[in-house]
Design a binder for this molecule. Sequence first.
Ligand code: DX5
Ligand code: ZN
Length: 216
Amino acid sequence: MSHLIAPSVLSADFANIQRDVEMINNSQADWFHVDIMDGMFVPNISFGFPVVKAIKKHAKKPLDVHLMIVDPDRYLQQFRDAGADVLTVHLEACPHLHRTLQAIKGLGMKAGVAINPHTSASLLTDIIADVDLVCVMSVNPGFGGQKFIDNTYQKISMLTEMIRVFKSDAFIEIDGGVDMNNYKKLLDTGANVLVAGNTVFSSPNPMDTIAALKKV
Ligand code: DX5
Ligand code: ZN
């Protein structure tokens, strides 16, 4: 299977959200990456359910919702109702991660776990068989347009091996600082979902940029 591209709506123009959602619909993108920030888990607040529902209303591709919030168990049902297809929680925010992932799957969504740059991929050994997606944060979460952290590559290698050993079919998603200079190396190392916010939305032609990121 070819890799997936998930443009991050965080970098879209919220005054023209329908236009930007339709651009993604008409592009070669695979998913919508939707970042939820609560001002507690991360030092920024993004948006909540009304905006997710507005995106869902026009989206013709799955919503990949990334929760950067404390105690996400409180809101799993509401994100399903708002239209999430993939729901990712942070390992650092979930003391009962196994239970949380089962609850997400029980609601009919794909269950993802995200790890911050300081969190070792080895901590996923006992959960990898239960996850549909691992989101490797390649920047400190909270803001778009940050610089890619190079240590990400060794995490992808470790996860690729872990996924092979445990016969998991989890996606390896890279989130933060993905650009035209690093995307090929990320794919070669084992990543198969690339999130791109700034690279897509600050480019002169976002649809062409998405098409370029699809090329191998
Ligand atoms: C960062 C978010 C990312 C962000 C990526 O906290 O989780 O999804 O939108 O943005 P870029 O691609 O601009 O680094
Ligand atoms: Zn994200």
